[in-house]
Write a protein that binds this ligand. Sequence first.
Ligand SMILES: [Zn+2]
Length: 243
Amino acid sequence: MTKTKITIVFLGQIPIKIDKTTISKWSSKHFEIENVLNVPITTNADGEDWDYSDDNIKNLLPEVYSGDFLLAITHIPLEDNYYARRFDNNRICATFYEIADFLKVSNIPFENLVYRLLYSYFLIYKRYGDRIPKRSETTNFTHDETRGCLFDMNGIKSDIIYSTNKPQLCNKCIDKLKNEGIEESVLNEIQRELKKIDKDLYYKILDFIQENPIWAIIISSLTAILLGIIGSVLASFIYEIIK
Ligand SMILES: [Zn+2]
């Protein structure tokens, strides 16, 4: 299977700290980032709640781009306060608006949201026969229940934290994707790749300590004893040399 090529657009200023270079180098056996563009926002919000309507966003997104589909990332509120909207010509726009706050509180790297979107829209692109379905089409690729799955609906935005740290495909989605013609080997490979979408080491250690306080005390006590022994042996060794 040839790799699906994706253009990423950063639409407007992204005020949060996000590493665009790391995102552009994300490696998958099934898709690649063909191009990364920065596109300015040249209009003001036209919605009642300072949001940007679909028509407004559509006019801001590039019509012509390289690759198979375009994923735009922004920080402005989208229509109906959705965190992602689909547009014609295989284009999607997703926003960090409100989502970034939930990721920050949970110490989840902001880049993880982009990776999660890349995988979910790659699978949507494949299951719909190499195209992103239009918003007007009835679709059923998401589920309302939060399962830590790429296809969690996240109607309650705070639930995004469960599918941006080691996200997975749930069993029901795997069955559905297989029935829609996605090969099992591809799904297995994707499940393996999804494990790489996790937290930084420091926060993984912090999570371990919070989830296993007794083990953390035992490990730190043993480490202190071990360091004491090593220090004592070293001191004896140095004393023998210099006496
Ligand atoms: Zn699922």
